[in-house]
Write a protein that binds this ligand. Structure first.
Ligand code: COA
Length: 253
């Protein structure tokens, strides 16, 4: 486990990324996004790697963006320039190698929208997907406003992204962003096996086929940047500040 709370493991042609900050439910800081982005860019450039796998740690995928980081940005103390989160989102949108997810437990915010960037996903019965952007005064990110309606239709995407309703593993399976529900104890091995099979296939044929199925990244990048501009604006809003403060002080009363 590294200082950055991101574990990077490579075997049999698969790079496995895992968030390792269990004391904060694997909530993502900017440093963690940067570590993920660095690892993804390195794996894309490395001929030894043929697939990415996003896995869970200690029964949690992620509780989403660190709300203390959101609050710091809302009050002007956040990191400046090209932030780690945008580097990570763009690394996903531009990836040419297949991406697989193995979700055990909570997958909140970007933990849910990451599924729409992945090519295949597996969930344990304990998986719980939730995208509470509006409750936080924010807007959906990670090109989810484009990809979610495409995958599950407008009504279900609206329920998930705008009503902010949580989806169980079974519901995610019905909605079409999870391939199978696998018992927690078998989840990692199952998802790894699929990722390794993808990585072992002829690389160029895989890359071309994936691009045919997904389309060029331009559209996703354009939507992602439009969402990102609104998201940055919303971070400064009174609605967002109030929601972040409410979360940060919820245990005080
Ligand atoms: N950002 C920062 N800290 C977070 C966090 C987040 N997104 N999610 C959890 N944590 C922290 C909690 O503050 C708590 O820290 P503490 O022990 O220092 O108080 C610790 O992780 C454990 O979380 P806790 O809330 O006690 O666990 P829980 O099982 O009762 O609830 C969640 C777990 C994930 C449902 C709840 O923490 C939550 O709603 N988190 C926010 C999710 C969110 O809105 N993410 C942003 C999406 S855009």
């Amino acid at each position: 486990m590294s200082d950055t709370h991101v574990s990077v493991e490579r075997r049999e042609g698969v790079q496995i990324l895992r968030l390792t900050r269990p004391e904060k439910k694997n909530a993502l800081t900017d440093a963690m996004y940067n570590a993920l982005a660095d690892a993804m860019v390195a794996a894309e450039a490395d001929d030894a790697i043929g697939a990415h796998l996003f896995a869970s740690f200690q029964g949690v995928f992620t509780a989403g963006n660190d709300i203390a980081d959101f609050l710091a940005q809302a009050t002007g103390g956040g990191p400046q320039g090209l932030r780690g989160v945008m580097r990570f989102l763009e690394a996903q949108a531009q990836a040419e190698k297949p991406m697989v997810a193995a979700v055990d437990g909570l997958a909140i915010g970007i933990g849910t929208t990451l599924m729409f960037q992945c090519d295949m996903a597996f969930a344990s019965p304990e998986a719980y997907f939730k995208a509470p952007f509006i409750d936080l005064g924010l807007v959906p990110e990670n090109a989810s406003s484009l990809l979610a309606p495409r995958i599950m239709g407008h009504a279900r995407a609206f329920e998930l992204l705008c009503l902010g309703e949580g989806f169980s593993a079974e519901r995610a399976l019905q909605a079409g962003f999870v391939n199978a529900v696998v018992p927690s104890a078998e989840l990692d091995a199952h998802a790894f096996g699929v990722a390794a099979r993808l990585a072992a296939k002829p690389r160029e044929a895989m890359k071309l086929s994936r691009a045919l199925l997904r389309g060029a990244p331009d559209e996703r990048l354009a939507v992602m940047r439009r969402e990102g501009a609104l998201f940055a604006e919303r971070l400064q809003s009174e609605e967002a500040r109030a929601a972040f403060m409410a979360f940060m002080s919820r245990k005080a009363g």
